[in-house]
Ligand binder design. Structure first.
Ligand code: ZN
Length: 248
């Protein structure tokens, strides 16, 4: 797709679902900052605590560190509610009905109109390889949104008191094709702070790994806006967005 459309604004509540702490901070947090600044409610749901992500730190310790870093990063972009599913281990997520039910439960609980998750393609749009946990979550969210709206899929959720929620109108995947964009120029600094909040994680990365500002400039910078010294003057967050009822 060569032209993109502006991301819709006709909604109030968004839920962002990803596999690991920091997945949202590689760009999506910039859009989130804009949404919360505009008075929208955004909550985060993490499937794991990313506890296998720091080679030099035991997963028990890393789980607590990375959970806190995610909360700190979320706060930088106006998000207070950050929840973590229990029972899922970093690096070994599998597609399945258990995860789908847990995601459907959270969607019913929060009743979002917008759900944002991560691409389940084998590659990101930039050609880099995607990883298993991201692919699992991106695909299960797709089906969990449908299950959230159907009383007869996972009837045990109704017995728990979670009535169906069929109000998701927009479902987006980040990292692959881009159909819709948000101009996040004004929120670029907040996005940098949200990624910098992952201090322990970032400090354990190889020395030649780009710093948060550099990385987010690469991810969000609009190359067509390059000003003096080649730095972008405009930043865009992009997503592959499906709007229910429109594309059928
Ligand atoms: Zn990840």
């Amino acid at each position: 797709m060569t032209t993109t459309e502006p991301f819709p604004t006709d909604w109030q509540r968004a839920l962002c679902v990803v596999a690991h702490p920091d997945d949202l901070e590689y760009g999506t947090a910039a859009a989130v900052a804009g949404w919360t600044a505009a008075g929208k409610e955004v909550t985060y749901l993490l499937v794991t605590r990313g506890e296998a992500g720091i080679d030099t730190m035991h997963p028990r310790e890393a789980a607590a560190v990375r959970e806190q870093e995610e909360r700190d990063g979320a706060r930088e972009v106006g998000v207070e509610q950050v929840d973590f599913l229990e029972g899922y281990r970093d690096g070994v997520l599998e597609n399945g009905l258990g995860l789908r039910r847990d995601l459907a439960r959270e969607i019913r609980r929060r009743r979002p109109e917008v759900v944002i998750t991560q691409t389940f393609g084998e590659r990101f749009a930039n050609g880099m390889l995607n990883q298993a946990d991201h692919r699992v979550v991106g695909r299960e969210v797709l089906d969990a949104v449908a299950a959230a709206g159907n009383r007869w899929i996972f009837p045990e959720l109704v017995e728990e008191g979670h009535e169906p929620w069929g109000g998701v109108r927009h479902l987006g995947w980040v990292g692959g094709e881009v159909t819709h964009t948000v101009d996040v120029t004004e929120h670029f600094e907040a996005a940098v702070r949200s990624l910098e909040a992952h201090r322990e994680y970032n400090s354990a990365l190889p020395d030649d790994f780009p710093q948060p500002r550099e990385l987010l400039t690469f991810i969000l910078g609009d190359p067509q806006s390059a000003g003096e010294h080649g730095r972008p003057t405009r930043y865009l967050w992009g997503v592959d967005l499906f709007t229910y009822g429109m594309n059928a």
